[in-house]
Design a protein around this ligand. Structure first.
Ligand code: ADP
Ligand code: ASP
Ligand code: MG
Length: 443
């Protein structure tokens, strides 16, 4: 058995849906379980509709028009998703009436994207003589906690999930991104969460391989939209790929590797439009390349929070209290540095004013607090770093040549990543110049 996960861009129009289904047909002997994202930018449209409704306006036309066109172009039953659109409109109407949008309602509204795409892809399969069956992940035991917008699957769901998928009479086409909490509410696993769904289901079924079909030919030496010279990486280790996803490489949801590592399942990243390209395979062990590292990744819009103790509190004390405050406020931390009585923490993403202000108020009792927004982390990743004794010098010199000063640096004890804090407006220059470290080696 294999998992074949198709991202939004891989099924963005009728031709792409046909193409994706052809790829499934070519893999029938491997008993594929298909996982799909919402078509194209549907999730963005749904989110926009939810926010517009909070302002009192009901408008789901971007979603319905787009799907109507797809359905017409594929020549499938025009009413296929009508009941879903009706329910979606009901939720949006509710939001417009009470002018309130809770994270729970957002998840409910977003779920319509994947509910539609599974039906459409399965219907097209049937047209092509393949027994596609649309399956809602939230109906087959993909149970999560109740953290709407960033839910995590509950431990111990593998057996039930696997038996439900095995019981499907045909080729399962499962909703990515979605789960259900103990109270029965639909949850979402975070943006790009369908990658995570693919590996959750892959681990439950102990498949041979999880395939992530996307719009690039594998995991690359950097984001090709930042530096078009980016090259595909033939092989990465679980650890390297986890770091890469954690530090923001959009190609994989940050938690994708967790279930795969648990069961030792290879994850392959492939290009839907160029299936002949080898793509990347992610395996337990790394394969060293001649370059200084494997990939340069970045995360924009993080915040730097600095706490300077006013009353001789030790850095350890501040650190433990500050971590407590941030974790209670739901704020994640990506980097930390301490000096005698100062602690600097870098958040994992941007947070709204209210969340930050609330945390700052509580941190205030620890000392003088400062926040800088608009910061970015650029991170160099690869097992190769372990043997490069002068790597920090090389990184600083490349950045320095571009007039970029590292505001903070961290290297994990595993030595496979070095993260540097810069400003948002320095990302393109920093990534491109650090990328030279990789490009300098033969392909
Ligand atoms: P999908 O819709 O298939 O889930 P995504 O847009 O989520 O696709 O992820 C693919 C995109 O990730 C690519 O188009 C590319 O711009 C971006 N990306 C960022 N970093 C990397 C990287 N290191 N390797 C490959 N792609 C990357
Ligand atoms: N449709 C969701 C999103 O746009 C999940 C995914 O694409 O993986 O974030
Ligand atoms: Mg994605």
């Amino acid at each position: 058995m294999i998992i074949m996960k198709f991202g939004g861009s891989s099924i963005a129009d009728a031709d792409r849906v046909r193409h994706a289904v052809d790829l499934v047909r070519a893999s029938l002997s491997r008993q594929p379980v298909v996982v799909v994202s919402a078509h194209g930018k549907t999730t963005d449209y749904l989110l926009a509709a939810a926010h517009t409704a909070r302002g009192g306006v009901i408008d789901i036309s971007a979603v319905t028009d787009y799907h109507a066109r797809l359905i017409a172009d594929l020549g499938i039953a025009p009413t296929l998703c009508d009941d879903l659109f009706e329910r979606l409109e009901g939720f949006v109407r509710g939001v417009s009436l009470i002018r309130e949008l809770t994270p729970r309602t957002v998840d409910q509204i977003l779920s319509f994207g994947e509910q539609c795409s599974t039906r459409i892809v399965a219907a097209h399969m049937q047209q092509q003589g393949m027994p596609g069956v649309a399956v809602n992940s939230f109906d087959i035991g993909l149970e999560t906690d109740s953290r709407h917008g960033a839910a995590t699957p509950l431990p111990g769901i593998d057996a039930s999930l696997a038996s439900h998928v095995r019981a499907v009479d045909g080729i399962p086409v499962v909703t990515g991104f979605l789960g259900k909490d103990a109270s029965g509410s639909i949850t979402t696993l975070g943006r790009s969460g369908s990658d995570f769904t693919a590996s959750i289901i892959g681990a439950a079924l102990q498949v041979e391989e999880v395939q992530i079909w996307t719009d690039v030919s594998g995991v690359m030496t950097c984001d090709p939209s930042v530096d078009p010279r980016a090259r595909s990486l033939a092989q990465l280790s679980f650890e390297e790929a986890s770091e890469l996803a954690y530090y923001g490489a959009e190609v994989l949801h940050p938690s994708t590797l967790v279930p795969a590592i648990r069961k030792g399942i290879p994850v392959r990243v492939l290009n839907t439009m160029h299936p002949e390209d080898a793509g990347s395979i992610i395996l337990p062990d790394s394969a060293l390349t001649p370059a200084a590292a494997k990939s340069i990744v970045y995360k924009e819009d993080v915040c730097l929070i600095t706490v300077a103790s006013a009353r001789l509190m030790s850095a350890v004390e501040i650190l433990s209290k500050a971590f407590g405050v941030l974790s209670e406020g739901g704020i994640g931390v990506h980097m930390a540095a301490t000096s005698e009585a100062t602690v600097s923490l870098v958040t994992d993403r941007d947070y709204d004013e209210k969340t930050i202000a609330h945390a700052l108020e509580r941190l205030d009792s620890l000392g003088t607090v400062q926040v800088s927004r608009g910061q970015a982390i650029v991170c160099v990743i690869g097992e190769e770093l372990k043997s490069r004794v002068r790597i920090l010098e090389e990184i600083f010199s490349r950045l320095g040549e571009q007039g970029i000063k590292a505001r903070m640096v961290s290297q994990s004890a595993t030595e496979i990543n070095i993260a540097v804090l810069i400003r948002n407006d320095e990302i393109a220059t920093a990534v491109t110049s650090l990328h030279e470290l990789i490009l300098a080696a033969p392909a």
